[in-house]
Design a protein around this ligand. Structure first.
Ligand code: NAI
Length: 252
């Protein structure tokens, strides 16, 4: 069977040491890509991921960087350029939640979520486009959320950040299509990762929404990785500016 990606093609996944990002990095490597993985704090997990990717016969680079900081993002791209000299695919996956009801939400809870989820994608995409525009080729997937499509109680900050990511993806798609660059969003529903196992509103919502998922199960990181790989590959060559929900049928 053919791989989805040409040998030597390079992908960057932000926040990729664990959860959905890790599954995406592994799927892209399994499908033929060399992978740069950005992580914030999970150095051991990042190192074990590098080993897993290399065991598949692909090249791997791990770079510590906080996507909230412009100089960190610059350092990340410097490392990617030095190691690979090209960038074919970008996955903006880094994200956080700070759930709570709006009426009691602090400025910090609101803006730190927007700053990480949307601001991070802004900075990383800007740098990636510089590499992709000169190559006149590239594919970007931004990890949004069903909360950003449909809105979610207890997650006004997160929903706003992810709704922003969706609109951002559509605008990037229109602005950079002429450079041969496609940009789409994947909107996962409830996926079993560290994020959803944390206590808080998301945990309560998880119990509540299980009954509402037509496919009768929570998603896995691999479910999201498969969708991301498709949208990064030439198999989706005529799809840009779209949102693919991966939610077991949860939202309409
Ligand atoms: P996770 O908490 O396991 O992974 C998030 C990753 O982002 C971590 O590796 C973390 O270190 C990294 N990160 C956070 N802030 C960062 C920063 N400032 N700079 C660099 N990296 C940073 O959670 P999960 O579930 O794997 O989430 C991945 C993405 O999927 C997130 O964008 C999340 O919002 C999204 N998502 C998750 C869903 C779920 O049910 N788990 C549902 C919908 C969307």
């Amino acid at each position: 069977m053919w791989n989805l990606f040409e040998e030597g093609s390079v992908a960057l996944v932000t926040g990729g040491a664990r959860g959905i990002g890790r599954a995406i990095a592994l799927e892209l490597a399994a499908q033929g890509a060399d992978v740069a993985v950005n992580y914030r704090g999970s150095v051991n997990k990042a190192e074990s991921l590098k080993e897993e990717i290399e065991a598949m016969g692909r090249r791997a680079l791990i770079v510590q960087a906080d996507v909230r900081e412009r100089d960190n993002v610059k350092k990340l791209f410097k490392a990617v350029k030095k190691e690979f000299g090209r960038l074919d695919m970008l996955v903006n996956n880094a994200g956080i939640i700070k759930d709570g009801y709006l009426i009691m939400m602090s400025e910090e809870s609101f803006w730190s979520v927007v700053e990480t989820n949307l601001g991070g994608a802004f900075r990383v995409t800007q740098e990636a486009l510089q590499m992709m525009c000169s190559a006149r080729r590239g594919a970007i997937v931004n990890i949004a959320s069903t909360s950003g499509v449909a809105g979610q109680e207890g997650q006004t900050n997160y929903s706003a950040s992810k709704g922003g990511i969706i609109a951002f993806s559509k605008a990037v798609a229109k602005e950079y299509a002429k450079y041969g660059i496609r940009c789409n969003a994947v909107a996962p529903g409830f996926i079993e990762t560290d994020m959803t196992s944390a206590k808080g509103a998301a945990e309560t919502l998880k119990d509540k929404y299980m009954d509402l998922i037509p496919l009768g199960r929570f998603g896995s990181p691999e479910d999201v990785a498969n969708a991301a790989a498709f949208l990064l590959s030439d198999r989706s060559g005529y799809i840009t500016g779209k949102v693919l929900t991966v939610d077991g049928g949860l939202i309409g």
